[in-house]
Each structure stands twice: as structure tokens, then as C-alpha cells.
Design a protein around this ligand. Sequence first.
Ligand code: HEM
Length: 355
Amino acid sequence: MKQVSKDIESSMAFFKVTTSLLLLTFLSATLSLAHPGSNFGWGSGPFGGGSNGLLLQFYQFSCPQADDIVMSVLEKAIAKEPRMAASLLRLHFHDCFVQGCDASVLLDDSATIVSEKKSLPNRNSLRGFEVIDKIKAKLEEACPQTVSCADIVAMSARGSTILSGGPSWELPLGRRDSKTASLSGSNINIPPPNSTIQNLITLFNRQGLNEADLVALSGGHTIGVARCVTFKQRLYNQNGNNQPDQTLEKNYYQGLKSVCPTTGGDNIISPLDLASPARFDNTYFKLILWGKGLLTSDQVLLSGNVDKTKALVKAYALDEALFFEQFAKSMVKMGNITPLTGFNGEVRKNCRRVN
Ligand code: HEM
């Protein structure tokens, strides 16, 4: 008799736990489908992603394999061409700085869209669109109209960092895709390579990012390359007096001159981190200490007479773990710039055009 009531008790307990779990699963799925992006006060608990409506577990029920699909495409693309990791990391930056992280950067020209791809910072420069297309096609097969292009770009930036040897981070998701693009926004908001330190700080502040974010995120230049046209001024006429930039280390300067002629050769490329261009590490900061930052915007983090950025360049050059930690934090912050959530925007079927 005792055994029977024990059995009943334990099966009741099992029933209760199972029902609660099912209810939670159902509620979460329903809420995330009905109100994609709302966090319903779950704050930064297991579902948390901050106060902007993004959630760490956004696709937990609607597309649990999303990140695996992203990673499997990235692995192949980056194995074939290591630079692709750099290009995809940069794509997220150029997306987020123009009307927020909304995949506006991916839209092609159309009757209603003037593409950001033609802007000064992007033209003949931004890459990785075909890889994003491939990821999107696979995700549409697995989970139709569920995973936004803006989230694909954010996941690709993180995956590219990891696959290049850099840090990982918990990535809030649930961004939706814009139905508009802004060519002028792209020209105005993305800092040019010959920026002064003040200009960099101002443009980052405009996005809610501070000096610590500026220095850590500039560390993204530990991978990838830049075209001659973006640093030529430093070699031949930095201040309008036909003299090179005095902050350039002499041997490095000679080397750059030999690959980047006075006239022509604008599309010849040079590594942003000459020591380890495909490895995500802190060499970028060490090179700046040695006068071997490639762009003016890299070198002014140290030479620009702002104590805070100077001190951070030195700190990250000494301590890679510190750089990784701040880079991860700052990537989350950049990824949170004014996302479209809830009923705003859409989930594009094709990242290149609005539905
Ligand atoms: C601080 C202001 C920044 C400036 C002025 C700047 C400027 C540039 C320029 C001029 C290039 C070379 C483009 C070309 O020659 O076609 C470049 C490449 C790159 N940038 Fe930045 N950038 C900045 C911040 C960032 C941030 C925040 C990230 C990411 C976290 C980033 C990631 C990259 C990467 C990875 C590349 C190499 C891309 C490739 O090889 O395809 N940059 N950047």
C-alpha cells in the first residue's frame, strides 16, 4: 500500500515538473514568436540580453541550429580564404554604425533603395556578401523566415573572431531587418582612415561607444588588410607639406613606400597587422607602440594625446586577455546599437532585398 502511494506521489511530481517545463517552453516560444525581441522583464537572466529587446536564447525554440549552420559555412569560407574572417567582422561594424545593426548594409540598389555599398567607406572595399547569402540560404531551408540578416551578420562577426583565434561572447539576438538603407549615413557615420583622435572619439560617442570601446574595437585591425589609397597620404603628404607622417617607424615606412607608389596602385593591399594578419591576437597594439600602425586612425590611438586611449593601447599590448575581455564587451555593445525589434522591420527572405 505504502509503495503504491509512493509511486503515485513520484509520478505526480514527475507530471508537475514535466507540465511546468512544457508550459515554460510553450510560453517562451509563443512570446518570442508573437513578440520577437521583447524580453518581458526577464532582464539578464538565462534569457537576458539587455534592455533593448534582444535575447541570448532568441532562436532556442524557433531555430536551435542557427549558430551551428552559421559556423559550418564560416569554417569552409575561412579555411578557403582566411581574410574572409576580417571582411565579415568589418561588415558588422559598417552595418551597426548606419541606422543601427539592421542589415541595411546588405541591401542592393532597387527602385526603393539606394545601396550603402556605394558609399565612400564601402565602395570597392566591403566584402563577404556571398558568404552571408550562403548562410541565409541554408537558414531559410532549415528555418524559413526566422533568422534575420542582421543577426546573421552579428553571428558571423563573432564566429569569424573565434575562428581566427580570438575571444567568444554571449550574443544577444532578435534583431530584425530594415526596409531602408542610408547612403549618406554610411558616408557620415563611418570614420575615415585619416581621422584625428578627436574625430574618432566623436563618431564613436555618437553611437553610444566610449574611448575604451574605440580602442578595443580598433583591435579588430589585428586581422585583414587595407588598400594603398587608405594610407598613402601618410607616406607622401600627411600634413600638406609633402612630408611623411613622422609617427611612422622608418623601416616600416620604407616597406610601405615600396608597395604603395605615389601615383596609381590604389588597390594594392597591405596587412593591417603585418606580424600576424590572419591571427586574432594583441600584436596590433604592440605594432602601434613600435610606430607600425598602418592607418592614421590606428596610430593616433597612441600619438593623439588623449591619455585614456594611449593608456589602453599600452595595456592591451601588454595583456592579451585584457584586450580579449574588452573586445568581447565592446562587440556586444556595438551589436546592440539601435536594433529593430518586435514588430519593427522584417525578417528578409533574401538579405539583398526587402520582402
Ligand atoms: C576606428 C575607426 C575605424 C577606421 C577609421 C577603420 C578604417 C578601416 C579601413 C580604411 C580599412 C581598409 C579598407 C580598404 O582598404 O578597403 C579597414 C579594414 C578593416 N577594418 Fe576597420 N576601421 C575602423 C574600425 C573598425 C572596427 C570597429 C572594426 C571591427 C570591430 C574594424 C574591422 C576591420 C577589419 C577586420 C578590416 C579588414 C577587412 C578586410 O580585410 O576585408 N574596423 N578599416
